[in-house]
Ligand binder design. Structure first.
Ligand code: AMO
Length: 431
């Protein structure tokens, strides 16, 4: 008999189901086994007198063992779990589980040590159903708009974002780096005339940060497109894309998110355009409204606390969970961002629920100017291979990077340690 997934079991049919033992009550005359697979849970009700052979098998069951049961599904109003139960004809134990080393409420680091067990709950499985939906929505949205999906190298010869946070590795007789972003290659694709490209891929950052939002490896949704007039085109593209992506998540998992994570995390599908404010205006508003201030020397960029206040500000001023932030100090932004005549970077960050999820910009595609910007940041020879992309003709272009792990954590109000399938941080390389 073919296996049926639990959500597809219909009363009145003979079925074979397999899964983990979620709950097990072994009484004198009866045994109740609740079995869980990725689609749901179902009760198996064993009347021992009728099946002494199965009663003996049942005695060997422990919680989280994996079993296969064949039997008849019947409707029974007394069964709390969906009003349906399976009357077994056979029970096979596929794998006996030892006593579990963690519980759902164990400390996060213990749970991460046994991540595969931690992931068995419906609540945690939802994290990855949601990521699947976001990746599908991202990809479909871009494919419909004629983007090419490309795959850039992750072993590279020069640091792409900043020399400080790069992992160096030995590469035969020399050194190489792990890619901090596909930035250089997204732009190379523009110089190749591809016009529109995207990638969903790992990104590596040697940041020794112990926060809710930093990982040393994460998944980047990156895109780049040509023939833009300004970075406003890039922001417009992103707000429309995110509106579509959040709409998809809301439709498919909106109820599950509220049921498992709480009303606070109900998905609010945004409407474009998203609000836009300069860094300077944000500081002056949050000082006025919430009394938060930082020294002038820090006002070229948003501090983590200022990002959090930006959520309150976005809601109060615009009734939005999102805020585009522009007008950063050139010293705080990468050399590849185009600058206007006053030296202001033509780029933005996007803050959602008080945390940065994206950086983007129009890029400097003029060779001479790009070399000048690189030199100002002390990057000459290192990035020569990259500046060469702009010597032989390159369209004006821009793009952005969106962190999937950040998006996931903000959807559900969890930390990045939980939003990643397997977290990578300064102190964690296992499992
Ligand atoms: P940036 O460095 O801002 O920009 O990264 C883009 C997005 O990636 C996510 N992110 C992180 N997520 C988890 N852990 C980290 N340590 C981490 N660092 C960054 C964030 C962030 O907004 N090349 C540019 C993008 C571009 O301009 O196209 C870049 O990498 O969500």
């Amino acid at each position: 008999m073919q296996r049926t997934q639990i959500a597809d079991v219909q009363p009145g049919s003979r079925v074979r189901i397999s899964g983990f033992v979620e709950n097990f009550r072994n009484k004198r005359t009866m045994a109740f086994i609740v079995i869980r697979d990725i689609t749901g849970k179902i009760q198996v009700t064993l009347v021992k007198e009728e099946h002494p052979d199965l009663a003996a098998v049942a005695d060997g069951i422990t919680l989280d063992s994996v079993v296969t049961v064949e039997g008849t599904a019947v409707a029974n109003d007394y069964v709390k779990l969906g009003g349906i139960e399976i009357l077994p004809e056979s029970i096979r134990i596929e794998s006996v589980a030892d006593a579990l080393p963690i519980k759902p409420d164990s400390a996060i680091d213990s749970r991460l040590d046994f991540r595969w067990i931690d992931l068995r709950t419906e609540k945690n499985a939802l994290i990855f159903k949601l990521q699947t939906e976001m990746a599908a929505a991202f990809r479909e949205y871009l494919l419909e708009r004629n983007f090419l999906e490309f795959h850039s190298p992750k072993i590279i010869g020069a640091a792409s974002e900043s020399g400080a946070d790069v992992f160096r590795l030995s590469y035969f007789d020399g050194d190489a780096y792990l890619a901090q972003s596909p930035q250089f290659y997204k732009q190379m694709a523009m110089a190749a005339g591809f016009e529109r490209v995207f990638e969903c891929a790992p990104v590596f950052r040697a940041e020794k940060s112990y926060t809710r939002k930093h990982a040393t490896e994460f998944t980047g949704f990156d895109l780049e497109f040509s023939y833009i007039d300004s970075y406003y085109d890039v922001m417009k593209f992103e707000e429309e894309m995110l509106t579509y992506m959040l709409g998809r998540v809301e439709k498919k998992f909106g109820d599950d998110i509220v049921r498992l994570y709480g009303e606070e995390y109900r998905v609010v599908v945004p409407t474009a355009p998203f609000p836009v404010m300069t860094v300077a205006d944000i500081y002056s508003e949050i000082e006025k409204r919430y009394g938060y201030t930082v020294p002038d020397s820090e006002k070229g960029d948003l501090t983590t606390d200022a990002e959090h206040y930006t959520f309150d500000l976005a809601r109060e001023l615009f009734g939005s969970e999102f805020m585009f932030v522009i007008g950063y100090d050139g010293a705080k932004r990468p050399f590849y961002h185009m600058r206007d005549e006053n030296g202001v970077p033509q780029g933005f960050d996007l803050i959602w629920r008080g945390t940065e999820i994206t950086s983007g910009s129009q890029r400097e595609h003029r060779y001479e100017q790009l070399c000048k910007n690189a030199k100002e940041k002390g990057l000459g020879e290192d990035v020569k291979f990259y500046t060469e992309f702009f010597r032989y003709g390159c369209p004006p272009h821009g793009g952005f990077g969106l962190g999937l792990d950040r998006l996931t954590m903000l959807f559900l109000g969890i930390s990045i340690k939980e939003a990643q399938f397997v977290f990578r941080g300064p102190d964690r390389l296992n499992p």
